[in-house]
Design a binder for this molecule. Structure first.
Ligand SMILES: Cc1cc2nc3c(=O)[nH]c(=O)nc-3n(C[C@H](O)[C@H](O)[C@H](O)COP(=O)(O)O)c2cc1C
Length: 192
């Protein structure tokens, strides 16, 4: 089973990464490996809406997104881990989502959705917000749901934690790390 994760926080060792690491622990304890893309360290141009992918489903820009396109195509499980920034996902996360417009063209214009492998395709969204405002989770989830459906991931689970602001504050949350670990196990389980 091929599992990829997009780490969308610029703060390494922060709350999003701590949560993602627990999910990865759950997956690794089930015998699988996760390929993590640290988006803040990657060189990715935002979508230019140039229309270059309209007829082909292929983006004309060549940068670090090339490796992400390939990984998305082959993935059985896709994890997105992002902090909530201004009631949405981080810019690092949104850039890769927008660059998946070529998959949107491929699926909806060319009628060629990414095929599912024998394990099916499933998603997991991990979110951390400093404020206690649900709208941050709702807006982020709407964006990521559009992404998941576009890359032909038909179902996903969302884990969102609010009121977590200082670096490492997630460690004091009573259930977050266990929930993240269990979500990782569930993501790769047969019934999951
Ligand atoms: C630019 C910026 C915008 C933010 N906007 C929000 C927001 O709209 N809602 C919220 O709940 N938290 C917001 N926060 C707080 C972060 O979500 C919070 O600090 C989170 O724990 C960061 O996760 P990290 O440690 O993985 O980077 C914002 C933080 C920054 C730096």
């Amino acid at each position: 089973m091929k599992i990829i994760a997009f780490f969308g926080s610029p703060r390494e060792g922060g709350n999003t990464e701590l949560l993602l690491k627990e999910t990865i622990n759950g997956i690794e304890d089930s015998g699988f490996k996760v390929h993590v893309f640290n988006l803040n360290r990657m060189n990715i141009t935002p979508c230019q809406n140039c229309g270059g992918c309209d007829d082909t489903g292929i983006c004309i820009y060549e940068d670090d997104m090339s490796q992400i396109y390939e990984a998305i195509r082959e993935a059985d499980r896709i994890i997105i881990a992002s902090p909530v920034f201004f009631f949405g996902v981080s810019a690092q996360t949104k850039i890769i989502i927008d660059r998946c417009q070529c998959f949107w063209c491929e699926k909806y214009l060319l009628k060629k959705p990414i095929p599912e492998g024998k394990h099916g395709r499933k998603g997991l969204l991990l979110l951390v917000g400093g404020m206690k405002k649900e709208i941050g989770i709702q807006c982020s989830e709407a964006t990521v749901m559009a992404f998941f459906r576009t890359v032909n991931v038909p179902t996903h689970e969302t884990l969102g934690f609010l009121g977590i602001d200082a670096k490492g504050a997630i460690l004091k949350h009573p259930t977050a790390l266990v929930e993240a670990y269990n979500a990782g196990k569930k993501l790769v389980s047969k019934g999951g």
